[in-house]
Ligand binder design. Structure first.
Ligand SMILES: [Zn+2]
Length: 295
């Protein structure tokens, strides 16, 4: 069995230097990412893992690229999926698909880091761009959007990938039929390891393949040092309410952290409950009060 965490940027550079058939495409993808990514490439880790496919065959080369601070938990997720013998069709890095999510989905590829915008949106950065989102078996767990009729006439698909549109849209029936590879079977594993937002719970564009952290948490983790981000994410995995209800555009915590990281972490470690309050406005007021009291 193979379960390991390695730096990602060096793997990408080695592949580019080897000059194989993918090298040119990788070089272009890397250039786009360096310009576009909300985090530097050296903050990403490659998680390599064993998995079983839909024929019960074992593979040792599953690959998932995520933000460094969450890599130990992601390794744990794939260990638990393997233990449960949850089938995965394949898991290759997105650069093998030129960073093109549609190509990756059509190949029923489970993927993670990709410096791209939200599917169907032109500006909003996806959680995949932070290395804080993981997609599992897109065919069994498609993306479904509610386009209008005009869009449909232009050929815009409601369901991606197309292969997922037949038997996997009626989720209750898919579960009753015990179809293998459904995201519903593994929500608990992602949830207890800090990825507690599931795209299957969304109303406007449902994304059954997609697991992520909250956006407010992602923005904070991406400005933190690795050490602080690890402490923060570990607490988040243990306390799912941590920052869950904070609005995505919340910037106060980022400003406080950048002003004084040591003070921020000291307040966090002594008062983690302040960061888990349901009322985020009250939470931020309380954190600011604590900030004034602390020297
Ligand atoms: Zn996704």
């Amino acid at each position: 069995m193979t379960f390991r965490i390695t730096p990602y940027e060096s793997v990408l550079n080695e592949d580019i230097q080897q000059g194989d058939k993918n090298a040119e495409a990788f070089k272009k993808v890397k250039k786009d990412w360096v310009e576009f990514s909300p985090i530097p490439l050296n903050r990403l880790k490659l998680v390599t893992f064993s998995y079983v496919d839909f024929n019960g065959k074992q593979h040792q080369n599953g690959q998932c690229v995520v933000m460094d601070a969450v890599a130990p938990r992601v390794l744990q997720i794939f260990k638990e999926l393997y233990k449960r013998q949850f089938p995965i069709h394949q898991a290759k890095r997105i650069e093998f698909f030129e960073g093109d999510d549609d190509k990756s989905m059509n190949a029923n590829n489970s993927s993670s880091y990709n410096a791209r915008t939200v599917t169907g949106a032109s500006s909003n950065l996806s959680m995949h761009a932070y290395g804080l989102a993981i997609d599992i078996n897109p065919v069994q767990n498609p993306f479904h959007s509610f386009e209008n009729d005009a869009a449909e006439k232009q050929g815009i698909r409601h369901t991606k990938p197309a292969a997922g549109s037949n038997q996997y849209i009626n989720r209750r029936r898919a579960q009753n039929d015990k179809l293998p590879g459904l995201a519903e079977d593994i929500i608990d594993i992602f949830d207890k390891n800090g990825f507690n937002t599931w795209g299957g719970d969304w109303n406007d564009s449902i994304d059954w393949q997609h697991f992520q952290t909250s956006r407010a948490l992602a923005n904070l983790l991406s400005v933190m040092s690795l050490q602080d981000a690890e402490i923060f994410f570990e607490m988040h995995a243990e306390t799912p309410a941590l920052m869950r209800d904070f609005p995505a555009k919340e910037t106060v915590l980022i400003e406080l952290y950048q002003e004084n990281p040591e003070k921020f972490m000291a307040i966090f470690v002594t008062n983690p409950n302040l960061f888990s309050m349901f009322d985020s406005a009250l939470a931020i007021r309380s954190i600011k009060e604590e900030w004034k009291k602390t020297t």
